[in-house]
Design a protein around this ligand. Structure first.
Ligand SMILES: Nc1nc2c(ncn2[C@@H]2O[C@H](COP(=O)(O)OP(=O)(O)OP(=O)(O)O)[C@@H](O)[C@H]2O)c(=O)[nH]1
Length: 394
């Protein structure tokens, strides 16, 4: 459970619920990742036995009367009733967090029934809830696929954002042949990366932070969310990396130009250049709805083993939008149609100490002023206060 938060606390409290068999497996894997103290992992299941072997600090058995400690038998109605029976405990945990992630597999009983119920509680409490759910492998059969689809539709009525990662796609993304036995395990590693990326992005480790209000503004667009990740290897053109992220197999086949917002997390070494940074924002802005809010967070990782890592989460994609990935093939030399000033950014909220956070807009202004007024080389980045402080601490 979270401790009471002091008034001046700057770190958003993040609750990650793993619901049902898949969800509990995912957060078990996630517990192996380095996560901040502000992140709490909560295992939720109807199946008492599988909860016993979960290593989460918080475990919640839902619906002890409804399922008598067994699973929900691939009946979403049972999962729903179990969540309803335990709604007081679920509500209590949801209420304590600033932002909630819920992960689980759609297609069974517990996750498919309980996750939409939890999303409805969060909506009622006015808390942002991002669901990261899988859909079944094709080898699991048509019936599970149908249950999953209904579950996702239901979830979309309540969650702030729904990221659907089809299990088939997750395994494809691994770029290697995996046996059926390993398929679940391997795909959990990707779920682990996705959730770790999300929680790190909104925790305060970056040079340019994405604050909680920015995050909420972007994830609160109703509709589908999609995400992609890519790494820029030495010598690779940045546009190619951006295109790779946008065409990433983790992205469902959705029309990105319909996206109403995007969160971009850039991890780079200290040698990242301002032009590279601008290019990422400009390229993405061209791909989304012209009124879309794009926020970009940058984290400096001195020991990064590639030039740059990109994670893009596009939100508010309306249903019925067909695939439009072809548009990215034309992007090798994108025409810049917007100045950086036209990219919308938000000022950070008062919960955060202005000395410790650097807003993208401020950062860019600072960069252009310093290169205009000061006598140093183009590639010498002034070190913002936050990084200096961090270095002093280390
Ligand atoms: N990626 C991944 N998917 C899983 C895993 N376990 C299950 N799934 C998927 O999630 C779907 C639902 O399975 P579970 O999570 O076990 O089901 P549940 O929500 O616990 O529901 P019940 O077993 O009916 O109580 C399955 O059809 C699989 O597609 C896992 O470890 N990794």
């Amino acid at each position: 459970m979270f401790d009471l938060v002091p008034q001046n606390c700057q770190t958003p409290r993040i609750a990650v619920f793993g619901v049902g068999g898949c969800g509990c497996n995912t957060i078990k894997q996630l517990s192996l990742s380095p996560l901040g103290d502000n992140v709490e992992l909560i295992a939720v299941n109807t199946d008492a036995q599988s909860l016993l072997i979960s290593n989460s600090s918080t475990r919640l058995q839902i619906g002890p009367e409804t399922t008598k400690g067994l699973g929900a038998g691939a009946r979403p109605q049972k999962g729903f009733e179990a969540a309803e029976e335990s709604q007081a405990a679920l509500r209590e945990h949801i209420e304590l967090a600033d932002i909630i992630f819920v992960t689980g597999g759609m297609g069974g009983g517990t996750g498919t029934g309980a996750i939409p119920f939890m999303a409805a509680i969060a909506k009622d409490l006015n808390k942002p809830l991002v669901a990261v759910v899988t859909t079944p492998f094709s080898f699991e059969g048509h019936q599970r696929g149908l249950l999953a689809q209904n579950g996702v539709d239901d979830l979309m009525q309540h969650a702030s954002a729904v990221i659907v990662l089809p299990n088939d796609q997750l395994v494809k993304a691994l770029d290697k042949k995996v046996s059926i036995v390993n398929a679940f395990y391997e795909s959990n590693r990707i779920l682990q990366d996705v959730l770790q990326g999300l929680t790190t992005t909104i925790s305060q480790s970056g040079l340019i932070n994405i604050d909680l209000n920015d995050f909420i503004a972007v994830v609160s667009h109703q509709g589908r969310a999609a995400m992609g990740v890519a790494r820029q290897v030495a010598g690779e053109d940045l546009q190619l990396t951006i295109n790779k992220a946008l065409k990433n197999p983790l992205l469902e086949e959705v029309k990105l130009s319909k996206a109403k917002g995007a969160i971009v997390s850039v991890m780079a070494t200290e040698s990242i250049e301002l032009s590279q940074y601008n290019s990422i924002g400009e390229t993405l802005q061209q791909q989304l709805d012209p009124s879309a809010l794009v926020i970009i967070g940058l984290t400096i990782v001195p020991e990064l083993d590639c030039e740059l890592e990109l994670m893009v989460i596009a939100t508010g994609i309306q249903e019925g939008a067909e695939s439009e990935f072809e548009i990215f093939t034309e992007l090798q030399q994108p025409k810049v149609t917007k100045s950086q000033d036209q990219i919308q950014t938000k000022s950070h909220n008062e919960r955060f100490d202005a000395n410790e956070l650097v807003n993208l807009h401020d950062f860019l202004k600072q960069k252009s002023t310093s290169s205009a007024n000061e006598d140093h080389g183009d590639d010498e980045l002034e070190i913002p206060t936050y990084t200096r402080n961090q270095r002093a601490v280390n």
